[in-house]
Structures are given as C-alpha cells and as structure tokens.
Design a protein around this ligand. Structure first.
Ligand SMILES: [Zn+2]
Length: 532
C-alpha cells in the first residue's frame, strides 16, 4: 500500500468513529431501527480498524471516542457530537476519523469537501470513509478522486456541480491523471489504471517512423504523402481495432500535431480546450502556455533530443514559406474571442500590415470559427504604446511609490528570516522522528517497558505535531510574502518613459498580454499593477 510511508511517520492513530442518523431515518424509523443503524455504523468501522491492525502491525490503533449525531440534517455541520469531534482534534486528542460512508460526514458537498481536502489535512488527520474506499493518507488511492463526486450526488443544490466537476477534472489533470477519452496514437489506457498510459506497440512504431522521417528533413506534407502511399492505417482505425487499410487521410495537420505532441516524451498534456460555461457547447482552444503539463507520467516513445531537433526542423520549414517580419508586438497580442494569437500579415501590393486572428486564418473558411480581427497593425501598435505610456505616468505620479519600495526591502528581510525558521523546524522534525525510531527500537529490545514507551512516545508525538504545524505556518507565510515582491518595476517604468522607441523585451517586462476583440477594442494586462 502506498500510504505505508505516511503511516510510518505517525506510529499511533487516535481514532474517532463517527456515525450519524439522517433526517429521513430519524423521521421514518422507529427508535429501535435508529439505534440499530448507529450500532451498525459503529460495527463496520470497528471491523475496519481490526483489519488495519492486522495489515499494519507496527502501528497502534486506539479508539478514542465513538460519537454520533441523530436526526439533525446533514446540511449543517453545527451538530453536537460533530463539534465534539472537532474539539478533540483541535486539542490533539485524535488524528484519525472514520465513517461508514461519506454522507455520514455531511450532505453539503462544499462543506464535506472542505473537511476532506482542507480541515482534516491541516490538522494532520487521516480521514477514512469505508464504503467509498476514501483514505486521505493514501495519496495514490483512485477513490479519493471520486470522493468529491460522491459528495456532489449527496448534495441537494445542483448549481455548483458543473464548476465542481470542472475543478475536479482540473485537479486530476494537475496530478497528471488522464481524464480524456482515447489516448493519442501509440498509447492505450492501462487496464489497471485508466488514468495512466501504457505503450501500444503498433501505434508506437508508426509514431517512431513519423519522427524518423521528420529527422531526415521531410516536411509534414512529405510525411503524409509517404504514409498514404504506404497505406499506413490511420490513428482512428487502429484504435478501433479495425485496421482498415483503405482509408488514407493522413493529413498534414495530423502529422504536425503528432510531431509537436509532448505526450510522446512521456509527459501528460491536457487542458488544451475549455468551454465558456456549463451551458455552452462551444469549445475554445487554449494557447499552449495554458495547457496542463505534468512531466514523466508514462514511458516515452520519442527521445527528448530527437523531439527537440524535430521542433527546430518544423519551425524552419514554416519560415521558408511565410515572410517573417519582426513586429514590435508580435506574439504579444491575443484574440479576445478565441484566445489564439493575433498574427500580423504583410500585403506586398499595398505595402500594409494587418492583424489577423490565427485561428480564423487557419480554419475561418472551413469551419464557423472566430472572426478575422483584421485591423491596420501600425495604428494598433501606436495606440498600445501610447496607452502603456499613460499607464506608466500614473505610477510615476504616485507619491506612495517610495513607501512601497521601502516595504519591499523589509519583505526581503522577512523572507530570509522565514527561510531560516523553516530550516530549523525541518531539522527539529527530523531529530524527533529519529528519536521516535530509537525509542521504538528500545521497546522492541525490552530496554523500556510498555508504560514508559507509551508515555515517552506520547510527548514526542505531540512535539512532532507542534513542529509540523509550525512548519506549515512558516511555509504559508513565506508564500504570501513572496507574492508581494518580485520585480522592481520603478526602474522599468522610468526606462520606458525615457526611451524613444520601446523594444520588445522592455514591453514584455511590463505587459502580461494584450487582447483585441473583433471590434478592435484593445485590453492591456499589466504586470505592474500587481506589484506596486
Ligand atoms: Zn479569434
């Protein structure tokens, strides 16, 4: 089991068994049935603990209290025994909570999630829900992913569900767990863990071949021609297990997508698209910097050095066919509607430059996607530079500026102090853990008796928890302070105002991104705002 590590750091679990009668049970059942339900919940929990004892003989399991609330609706956490449970935890009398199922903890999923995801972990409490196989100590337990979904089905209020599900998907993605449909060609879902890929040899060979051809200098167009000529089956037809060799639609885009796909390096790449809201079916393609990438989640098919070479080759292919002018704002402007880059087109005949939504340029005529966003580039550039200047002036006029810079210096000192505290606390924790190990060995070797052992271990355990909580607080504080400082923007602002012709690098330091909507209205997102 994966939580062996966590269990080995906490040698004694002080357990609260918690049961609850639902309002329905209270209303409909006889007194006898009700007490049976509570007894039954307690019994299942006790059985579970007996099993745990067998599985982890090195760990002590002590039932501190058996608590229950009856008949108070689960949507409120203001329940007498539940409050007692919280008190026990806050006073460090318990570090494990067990319920028969999630709905016993509560019916409001936001509150329940809050306990599972925040309150229990913050108090170093292991929470177990037997029926759904949820265990907050078991980081690799798949059931933990579905816990919030079960909470959701217990919830009466559906309005937050879509958001919640999206949040859960995001969480899965951030953990590198596949949450899409079919994996890309060359991989299949691991039958033992559908969030994880294993290599599918037939597809993987095709992928290797495509990269090999690209390394030889072939363009995506060349490669697609070769595959069609050789009647190599398409990704979709292989995946369906029907190797229909007659279909020959390897498109240049398919090849290009494969050659750029970092999944083949073993990374999990997800979150490429999003929806406006839960009612909308319209899919929006996100820019690459917003994708969720978790490295080294599965076996790679392509070597990183080869992959990088191919990226350079694809780029140089592109540059051969299109004119590359380096405009001041190139790569900084995004389409407000579809979030793709706004490109700049040069018309030789008119000797004029125009902006264009790159997504529209790619698909505009074929699909009903986005609009042209075509505007006279030089005008747009002039407007943007003027706006940035005006924004910068505001900061120069700000009389509080000096004050804020002073704060920054104090912040740096505070950060250094916190880092020292974190180091010291870490060392303390390490020391106490060592001591606990030694005491345990002493007990095994009968140097100390059971009574002594229990007494010493209890105080050590309390010390340990105290240091751990201190550590968490220091880390939180450091994170908060770090947010407040970063770059000194005053220098940049003055530089920008003095310079005749601003350069790309300087603008990049001041500006997060620029968006243009289809009517030509410009939104500039500044980095300076956040910090000064
Ligand atoms: Zn667009």
């Amino acid at each position: 089991m994966m939580y062996d590590n966590l269990l080995s750091t906490v040698k004694t679990l002080y357990i609260i068994i918690y049961a609850r009668l639902s309002k329905e049970e209270k209303d409909k059942q006889s007194k006898e049935e009700q007490s049976k339900s509570i007894k039954h919940q307690f019994e299942i929990c006790r059985e579970y603990i007996e099993e745990e004892k067998k599985e982890y003989p090195n760990c002590n399991f002590i039932i501190v209290e058996e608590l229950y609330d009856d008949g108070i609706s689960g949507t409120t956490f203001d329940r007498a025994d539940f409050n007692k449970l919280k008190k026990l935890i806050e006073n460090k009398k318990a570090n494990m909570v067990i319920t028969k199922d999630l709905s016993r903890l509560g019916r409001d999923h936001i509150e329940t999630d809050n306990y599972i995801e925040k309150w229990f972990p913050e108090h170093n409490v292991r929470y177990v829900s037997i029926i759904e196989n949820v265990d907050t100590y078991d980081v690799n337990n798949v059931s933990n992913d579905i816990a919030p979904l079960i909470n959701w089905s217990n919830d009466q209020f559906a309005k937050t569900t879509s958001k919640k599900i999206r949040k859960e998907f995001k969480k899965m993605m951030k953990n590198g767990k596949w949450s899409g449909g079919e994996p890309p060609l060359g991989y299949i879902q691991n039958p033992n863990d559908k969030h994880h890929f294993i290599i599918e040899p037939v597809g993987a060979e095709i992928i290797k071949r495509i990269f090999k051809l690209a390394l030889e200098g072939k363009t995506p167009k060349d490669i697609s021609n070769i595959l069609i000529k050789e009647k190599v089956p398409l990704p979709s037809t292989i995946k369906g297990n029907k190797r229909d060799l007659n279909i020959n639609l390897w498109s240049t885009d398919t090849i290009r997508d494969i050659l750029k796909n970092k999944m083949y390096l073993g990374h999990m790449v997800q979150g490429k698209t999003t929806k406006l809201n839960y009612k909308s079916k319209k899919i929006i393609y996100l820019p690459e910097e917003d994708w969720i990438v978790v490295e080294n989640m599965h076996d790679p098919i392509i070597k990183e050095s080869d992959f990088n070479k191919v990226q350079i080759l694809i780029k140089s292919n592109k540059n051969k066919t299109t004119n590359t002018y380096d405009y001041l704002l190139k790569g900084m402007i995004k389409c407000k509607e579809c979030h793709h880059a706004i490109g700049i087109q040069h018309f030789n005949k008119r000797n004029k430059n125009y902006t264009i939504c790159s997504y529209y340029r790619k698909y505009g005529n074929k699909k009903d996607v986005c609009t042209s966003h075509r505007f006279h580039y030089e005008e747009i550039e002039k407007l943007i530079i003027e706006s940035i200047k005006i924004e910068c002036m505001q900061y120069v006029d700000d009389t509080n500026l000096a004050e804020k810079i002073k704060d920054k210096k104090q912040n740096i000192q505070l950060q250094a102090d916190l880092k020292i505290n974190i180091d010291t606390t870490n060392q303390k924790i390490f020391k106490i853990e060592k001591q606990i190990d030694t005491i345990y060995e002493d007990k095994l070797n009968n140097i100390i008796d059971d009574e002594q052992y229990k007494r010493i271990i209890k105080s050590k355990q309390e010390n340990l928890e105290f240091e751990r909580i201190k550590l968490i607080n220091y880390q939180k504080e450091l994170k908060r302070i770090k947010k407040n400082i970063e770059t000194n923007y005053t220098k940049l602002i003055n530089e920008f105002l003095e310079i005749k012709k601003p350069n790309k690098i300087l603008i990049g330091k001041l500006i997060d991104k620029i968006e243009i909507n289809e009517k030509g209205i410009i939104d500039i997102y500044y980095k300076i705002k956040k910090n000064i």
